[in-house]
Write a protein of this length. Structure first.
Length: 413
């Protein structure tokens, strides 16, 4: 019920705040009817069903001198024609909440906060379909509170100290509940209008109810010492590069140490298109498997005008710290929108990825393609579409295929 409490408290706060601010309310409603021929994403004994979705929601924004707030609250009712035991009508299942805000009582001090209740993927080795409401999915609430003191009183130097409280709660046993206390400091220096340098230190105290396969706690303390350089070559090209070291001190396991670094190169010559290259190496927290030592490289291209297009190519490597497991993948995603005269557009989406799961050496090919027609009306959009999805593993019991067709109305008031 934490999400409902968050909404109630926020509404009371907004009611009490001064009226001299920009306050906006945007209600919405989504109605959807879909058919799937593989509800549980299985290789055998497939079960088809019709699913009805009713999803009302509201977006509230408040913008004032001392306080910025944005609340996105929605309900997602699901009704299954042939599998009514999967119906989702209880409040703890149907809520979707995102709250973001910043409180600035004075120039150098701020308190940022966010609270998000959403459905997330549990394990990428298991069947994955972002449109499936329950297969390999879990409800997660993520709360972050971040008071920070950052002074700009020293000219080219900008020191900061801060604290972050982070709490993760799952509805059900699928994920590991946890909380973290984080303290950090950094020093920024503006060398010239194009160049900025940052030195920083961060200490995290992580506590969780998760355990590894031997019953050892996932609790750890983590120290990061890093540096970063931001440089703008010109109006269109910018570089951000960071590096350092991270130390993981487990309470019941051997300690870990690794180099941390990332590099991002972005090119945006004008309003028509942009592209970028990114590399990141870091420790990443999973839903229920502790930390991974993660490496990711990706390249993206976006065309923004007459024929909006998004192309992404990536490669990933995840080495799990609490068990003998490694997941590798390479893949691509593409999105294209083709507008026609008047209010009609066709949206194409596709993705393909190749996975290797160690130590089993299981190889998996996953791909999907979808096409949807979208028609703009006075209060939103009407759409109808189809998606085909395949996961082809060299272990036959891990294969699945699915066909999904839908009609949908997205109404905004």
């Amino acid at each position: 019920m934490r999400s409902l409490l968050t909404v109630s408290v926020l509404l009371l706060v907004l009611w009490a705040l001064p009226a001299q601010a920009a306050f906006r309310i945007e209600p919405r409603l989504t109605l959807r009817q879909e058919f799937t021929d593989n509800l549980f994403l299985t290789d055998t004994n497939k079960r088809s069903d019709f699913i009805t979705t009713i999803a009302p929601g509201i977006l509230l924004t408040y913008d004032a001198r001392l306080l910025d707030l944005e609340l996105d609250y929605g309900l997602n009712f699901l009704k299954y024609l042939h599998n009514d035991d999967e119906d989702e009508t209880r409040l703890k299942d149907i809520q979707r909440v995102r709250l973001d805000g910043t409180f600035r009582p004075e120039r150098d001090f701020s308190v940022s906060f966010s609270d998000e209740f959403q459905r997330v993927t549990v394990d990428e080795r298991r069947p994955i379909d972002e449109e499936s409401p329950f297969v390999n999915r879990a409800n997660r609430n993520l709360l972050i509170v971040n008071p920070e003191y950052r002074t700009r009183r020293f000219g080219i130097f900008e020191p900061a100290v801060g604290y972050i409280y982070e709490r993760i709660d799952f509805v059900g046993p699928e994920g590991d509940d946890s909380y973290s206390h984080i303290v950090y400091t950094d020093l920024r220096r503006q060398f010239n209008p194009r160049t900025e340098g940052i030195l920083g230190a961060r200490q995290r105290f992580y506590r969780s109810d998760g355990q590894d396969d031997f019953g050892r706690s996932d609790d750890y303390n983590r120290l990061d010492l890093t540096g970063r350089l931001n440089y703008r070559f010109g109006p269109a090209l910018s570089l951000s590069a960071g590096g350092g070291s991270g130390w993981i001190s487990y309470r019941q396991r051997s300690n870990e140490q690794a180099l941390l670094w990332d590099l991002a190169l972005d090119y945006e010559p004008g309003p028509r298109w942009r592209s970028g290259i990114l590399y990141r190496q870091d420790f990443v927290q999973t839903v229920d498997r502790g930390l991974t030592r993660s490496r990711r490289v990706e390249a993206s291209f976006d065309y923004l005008e007459r024929l909006p297009t998004r192309l992404l190519v990536y490669a990933r490597d995840e080495k799990f710290q609490s068990e003998d497991r490694e997941d590798r993948s390479v893949g691509t995603e593409v999105r294209v929108s083709v507008p026609f005269a008047g209010r009609l557009a066709l949206d194409f989406s596709g993705d393909a990825s190749i996975w290797r799961f160690k130590p089993e050496n299981e190889d998996v090919l996953r791909y999907s393609a979808g096409l949807a027609a979208r028609y703009r009306i006075r209060f939103g959009y009407l759409s109808a579409g189809y998606r085909y999805r395949v996961s082809d593993s060299d272990l036959d019991e891990n294969d699945y295929r699915s066909n999904l067709a839908f009609v949908q109305a997205d109404l905004m008031f």
